[in-house]
Design a protein around this ligand. Structure first.
Ligand code: BTN
Length: 323
């Protein structure tokens, strides 16, 4: 769909929402400067996206219901940052990270994003499945950072902070569990971040930052929390998506200009792990450090005070130990 068609559909949707009693095809055609046949085609396209639109002689078009999905034409008008130059997807897909990777390999620009409300093969860290039932916001943002490869190790932290900033604007407070989980104050997980990418020597070709947010429901209420539950009412998925995307864009821009150091204090302030006893393991399950978390340093490493001294951790899986 071209951006122009998308824009026209946005105008039609707005007119339908402003006029719950119905709006004539003729009026829509005049407003858009197109023919009534063109209006009918746009309405048909909206129906294919999942909008229920009634058409009655004498009453015109009426919007009966809208799909519960972060559709590009709903998300785009809500975005405040112009970072997102291409917005794709919106309903169901296998994995938005896979879709974004395909676009990256096709040469899509930085600021491309793929959205979904449901994934059938969502992936989490360490090869785990990411349960992605309908009613979530699953987003993958294509980044082409102009830094050398080792510097990008902090990107999951930057993206996590961006997601947290976005959720703040919705009134949903989250804490960060290094390196890439967002938790509510009682320790249940609200969102996770998964970065995948390709570097060519010292230069990064592309990175896909995938974010999965539980909005309507959670896979398991003991370990996970949803945005709706924390907010206390149903938040439109498009609104969650736009808030989180703006948050990511802001944090990413700031990191590109100033590096990670300005984020370190804030990350520490929002750290769920601060002062807690942890065990950190590598991907093969080998223990890298065991002790108490004492901070995050200026290059994003988790600082664990062990019996042998403070160990800075660059990458690893953190489990909380019973106190
Ligand atoms: C984790 O906590 O393990 C990270 C989960 C990341 C899930 C997101 S959902 C959007 C994107 N597409 C995927 O298949 N995974 C990421």
């Amino acid at each position: 769909m071209t951006k122009r068609s998308d824009d026209r559909r946005v105008v039609i949707l707005q007119a339908l929402r402003d006029n719950p009693g119905g709006v004539s095809g003729e009026l829509l055609a005049t407003e858009l400067g197109v023919s009534r046949v063109a209006v009918r085609k746009h309405v048909e396209a909206l129906r294919e996206l999942g909008y229920e639109v009634d058409a009655r002689a004498g009453e015109g078009y009426t919007l009966v219901s809208s799909p519960d999905a972060p559709l590009p034409l709903e998300v785009r008008p809500l975005l405040r940052d112009d970072f997102f130059v291409r917005i794709e997807g919106g309903r169901v897909t296998g994995s938005t990270n896979d879709d974004a990777r395909t676009l990256a390999l096709d040469g899509a620009p930085e600021g491309t994003v793929v959205l979904a409300a449901e994934q059938t093969t969502g992936r989490g860290r360490l090869g785990r499945e990411w349960s992605s039932p309908p009613g979530g916001v699953y987003a993958s943002v294509l980044l082409r950072p102009r830094v050398e490869t080792p510097e990008a190790i902090v990107l999951p932290l930057v993206v996590g902070l961006g997601v947290a900033h976005g959720l703040d604007t919705l009134g949903v407070q989250t804490l960060l569990k290094w390196p890439n989980d967002l938790l509510c104050v009682d320790g249940r997980k609200v969102a996770g971040v998964l970065l995948e990418g390709l570097s060519e020597g010292w230069l990064i070709s592309w990175i896909v930052a995938g974010v999965g947010i539980n909005v309507r429901s959670t896979p398991d209420r003991l370990r996970f929390a949803s945005v709706d539950e924390l907010f206390g009412r149903r938040v439109p998925l498009a609104q969650v998506a736009a808030a989180v995307l703006d948050g990511i864009a802001g944090a990413y821009r700031r990191w590109q200009s100033d590096g990670f150091a300005p984020f370190a204090a804030e990350y520490e302030g929002r750290s769920y792990l601060a002062g807690r006893p942890v065990r950190v393991s590598d991907a093969a399950g080998r223990v890298l450090a065991q002790g108490e978390v004492v901070g995050i340093d200026a290059v994003g490493r988790l600082l664990v005070a062990t019996e042998a001294g403070t160990v800075p951790i660059v990458a690893g899986d953190v489990t909380l130990r019973e106190e």
